[in-house]
Design a protein. Structure first.
Length: 421
């Protein structure tokens, strides 16, 4: 249980994280974690017949759910008066989900449509999924979260009930409450609704380490919906637990390279020639510290001509070389970290987002407090020397490069090895 009261405002956020995601779903069951999120979102048996979301909306709130590599989260934000109702709904979901063959088939069809809209028929729809497929070798680290159609079609209620029993017990969950509430009252409500839930063992799959790549890996994706070619680059991040200082330096390095109008790869002598849009970030979904598996620093750039991909790579390599050899100017480092911290603080102002982030870091690392400490760790703890060391580390590591080439004869989810380096 994580309780983070805030006397400012009149709303609350409630999040329940389960330590299961698309990296940890059973082998041969790709997409099961995401499908089960859809099934569970309707709520438990006590939420019937209308379901979870209409009840939250009627109380003046909203709710949603997400499946990530290692967690699935159900979250809501609402007026403070709805706290007990949200606790009751989440406990009911954890106790007795409303599973039916009809809902299973409905949600399978919904996910098929998601795949069609978000991957197959969307320009650059294979980004960011192509990067881990190129860089990693272990099957659990290359999944895209949606799953394969053949696996989705084979799921049945018995399998879903087993998945619930294995992964959705109280011992595999973190309940987080943020916002305008009294600490003792909230603790009493959470205990009232969750403490009587029956305990059951959690199945934790083996998670062997992902080996570091031993060479640069290049892939080409033929994309029938892309209007212009693009290039994506992925590097392995340092371990956020055992190499935290280096991990934080990579966050700042990513911001220096491609975040904000004055980023090094966006303007000035180090700008990537030919790139019409460019972004650099950390984390598969752009959120740092959101997995215990191998994490990525990524670049994605859309450019005018196919040859411009090499110009982008040259600009990236040259900028990393320069940062490795010479520390970034102190004024630019201060401006970059201040902008990063400002964005992080804005996120924490929303109780729903704050509940998600606190619960996420508690579920993954046992450190909910890391969410509040992160802005200061970045602002005061990352120096020019740290950034230079991070740049040198990227230059010395083996990366993945994925080129997106407009082409009408491609099957959008197919990825082919590049024939030229």
């Amino acid at each position: 249980m994580v309780l983070a009261p805030n006397t400012v405002g009149a709303s609350i956020g409630v999040a329940v994280h389960y330590r299961v995601g698309f990296r940890t779903e059973p082998e041969g069951r790709t997409g099961l974690a995401h499908l089960f999120e859809h099934l569970m979102f309707r709520g438990g048996e006590e939420a019937e017949p209308e379901g979870y979301l209409p009840r939250v909306q009627r109380a003046g709130g909203f709710g949603d759910a997400r499946t990530r590599q290692d967690v699935t989260v159900y979250y809501a934000a609402a007026p403070a008066s709805a706290l007990e109702m949200l606790c009751a709904l989440e406990a009911d979901r954890m106790r007795s989900p409303s599973l039916s063959e009809r809902n299973l088939r409905t949600q399978t069809a919904v996910i098929d449509e998601e795949i069609r809209l978000m991957v197959r028929n969307r320009p650059y729809g294979n980004h960011p999924w192509a990067l881990p497929r190129a860089l990693h070798r272990r099957s659990e680290n290359v999944r895209d979260g949606y799953g394969e159609t053949v696996d989705l079609a084979a799921f049945d209620i018995a399998l879903c009930e087993k998945f619930f029993a294995d992964h959705y017990g109280p011992g595999n969950a973190v309940v987080t409450v943020t916002g305008a509430f009294d600490h003792r009252t909230a603790e009493r409500l959470v205990r009232r609704h969750f403490e009587d839930l029956p305990a059951r063992p959690t199945v934790r799959p083996a998670d062997p380490p992902e080996p570091l790549p031993e060479e640069e890996r290049r892939l080409t994706v033929l994309d029938p919906h892309a209007g212009s070619p693009a290039v994506a680059v992925g590097y392995r991040m340092p371990d956020p637990v055992t190499e935290r200082a280096d991990y934080l330096a990579h966050l700042v390095l990513a911001a220096l390279l491609g975040q904000g109008g004055h980023a090094l790869l966006r303007r000035g002598p180090t700008a990537a020639a030919g790139a019409s849009s460019l972004s650099v970030g950390c984390g598969l979904f752009g959120l740092p510290l959101d997995t215990v598996g191998p994490d990525l620093l990524t670049l994605f750039a859309v450019h005018e001509h196919e040859r411009d991909a090499e110009h982008v790579l040259d600009a990236l390599d040259g900028t990393l070389d320069a940062l490795a050899a010479h520390e970034v100017a102190a004024a630019q480092l201060r401006a970059t970290t201040a902008r990063w911290v400002s964005g992080a603080m804005r996120e924490l102002a929303d109780p729903g987002t704050r509940a998600q982030l606190l619960g996420l870091r508690e579920a993954l690392f046992g450190e909910a407090e890391l969410t509040h400490a992160l802005p200061e760790l970045v602002h005061a703890g990352v120096t020019g020397e740290h950034v230079s060391r991070a740049a040198a580390r990227l230059r010395a590591s083996h990366r993945a490069v994925v080129r997106f080439v407009p082409g009408r004869q491609a099957v959008p989810r197919d990825i082919a090895p590049e024939t030229t380096a």
